[in-house]
Design a protein around this ligand. Structure first.
Ligand code: UN1
Length: 496
């Protein structure tokens, strides 16, 4: 079995703990990918010390030159798209079409970041005094700790690492325990593209140990975390106490609303992709389908037919539409919620079980599941499941649909299918989410737009687009007075 290493202080090294964990293919648990380090605080200490050295040089490298490294990263990701997609599917399970999309999201983010190295805009504005300039500009912050989830093993690390690096920070990266192989491939590409070795440190391991050590390390100035709301709360408490800058991207309970006037063919394709793409393991997954009564029965019956036909299997086979869940704990969580749904009296109409008759027995498979007559306010309707379980809710009016959409603690994404332009624009203003799609599913964010949610989904920051550059840099203001005399702001220009 292959043993993988951390990348610390410019070298591939074994963990100080001497401990490792095994990484297996979720579609076939007899397929072992390798052993990866279970790092401890000592490994994190060494990584932080080296990253601090790296930061001192990297922050002086001109931003356009930092961007050039990211352009080469984009080129390498483009060349190796197929190879990385394949290793990502082997380790994470989603079908190749989706892992190719995951790599593409990384490529888009790289090229966006490369160009941003030539902008990193500040503002130059008039001063209220003569012969004086006033401007704002961006400075790097320090060592950034990036803690990422399993569901987008490449794209999410790139969302965080590329803007962090272009802004001039050094990075300590801890990928989720389920996807360390993709994390390793990512760091290899960064190094091959010419990133100075002490600017990137890769520390594998468990969230409660290695992740915690990164968050609690006084030498790490900022943390960007994507994961569960429960873990995010703990990370947030530590960062608050230690006065660290923190970006959180957490849970969702996203709804697709379909009104009576909608194009049902479109709405059907949308919900199949939104609910069962990535086996429902996206923070943007469609977990609730809110149907207006006039189309409820027809859309539900067509949805059941199509869902029963979805092809479950190994994501590396081109015909597969839905892959396995990431691990046994994820599958058991789905099973618990199915039990909760049944106990709450919702109608279990399809799925609700592991594949039967020994089919696909080597992987963490679970059949795409639909509950109808789900009550607004029930646990099934309120809590994040992170699996292929869709709850269908019947409503009479758009207002009722909007209220139910908003009446959950999360606020990541929402979707509305209608042909009524007035209702569509009302949804854009009234739905409490960071992203609202009209006539498109709840998933499908693009790299050059801000990504994130409101309420328990986040803490006000955004990834993607321009906004993330604000998170990874500090705004500084410079005033230059060339009048040759003392000019007092607020006083000299306003004679009494
Ligand atoms: C996530 O769900 O964790 O919009 C990220 C999407 C993807 C990113 C999702 N581009 O679904």
């Amino acid at each position: 079995m292959k043993t993988f290493k951390n990348f610390i202080a410019g070298k591939w090294v074994a963990p100080a703990t001497g401990q490792y964990f095994e990484n297996r293919n979720p579609a076939d648990t007899t397929d072992v990918i390798g052993r990866f380090p279970l790092s401890g605080p000592e490994d994190v200490d060494r990584a932080v010390a080296s990253a601090q050295d790296g930061f001192e040089r990297w922050k002086r490298t001109p931003a356009p030159a930092r961007g050039d490294v990211l352009r080469r990263v984009g080129d390498l990701l483009t060349e190796r798209k197929e190879e990385i997609a394949d290793l990502m599917t082997r380790e994470m399970g989603k079908p190749l079409a989706e892992t190719r999309g995951d790599v593409q999201e990384g490529i888009d983010t790289a090229y966006y970041a490369a160009v941003e190295g030539r902008r990193l805009f500040g503002h130059t504005v008039p001063s209220e005094l003569r012969a004086k300039w006033a401007m704002s500009y961006r400075r790097p912050i320090g060592v950034a700790g990036l803690i990422t989830p399993f569901n987008f093993p490449l794209a999410i690390p790139t969302w965080k690492a590329f803007p962090a690096l272009v802004c001039g920070n050094a990075v300590i990266f801890k990928p989720a325990e389920d996807v360390p192989h993709t994390g390793t491939a990512f760091v290899e590409i960064l190094l091959e593209a010419g990133l100075p070795p002490d600017v990137i440190q890769l520390v594998h391991g468990a969230g409660e140990v290695a992740g915690k050590a990164i968050v609690e390390h006084p030498g790490v100035a900022l943390i960007s975390f994507t994961g569960s709301t429960e873990t995010g709360r703990i990370v947030g408490e530590t960062c608050g106490r230690m006065h660290k800058r923190l970006s959180l991207e957490m849970g969702g309970k996203n709804a697709q609303i379909v009104l009576d006037d909608a194009n049902l063919d479109l709405a059907l394709e949308g919900v199949l992709w939104g609910a069962f793409g990535t086996t429902g393991q996206r923070c943007t997954a469609t977990s609730r389908l809110i149907l207006q009564s006039g189309i409820h029965d027809e859309l539900l019956s067509r949805l059941l037919d199509r869902t029963r036909e979805l092809k479950l299997g190994d994501g590396r086979k081109e015909a597969t539409e839905v892959g396995p869940l990431i691990n046994e704990a994820a599958r058991e969580k789905v099973e618990r919620y199915v039990e909760i749904g049944v106990a709450e009296g919702a109608d279990l109409l399809c799925g609700g079980r592991r594949p039967e008759n020994g089919k696909l027995a080597d992987g963490y498979y679970y059949e795409p599941t639909i509950f109808a007559r789900v009550e607004a306010g029930s646990r099934l309707e309120q809590e994040e499941i992170f699996g292929p379980v869709l709850s269908v809710i019947r409503v009479e009016t758009p207002d009722e649909a909007f209220r139910i959409n908003n009446d959950v603690k999360y606020g990541l994404s929402s979707s509305l299918y209608t042909r009524d332009v007035e209702v569509a624009f009302r949804a854009l203003s009234d739905l409490d989410n960071g992203i609202t799609y009209i006539n498109a599913p709840t998933i499908g964010a693009e790299a050059h737009l801000p990504f994130g949610g409101v309420k328990a989904t986040g803490n006000g920051h955004r990834e993607g687009g321009w906004e993330v550059y604000e998170f990874f840099s500090e705004t500084k203001v410079g005033y230059v007075d060339f009048s040759g005399r003392l000019q007092r702001a607020q006083i000299d220009n306003y004679p009494t």
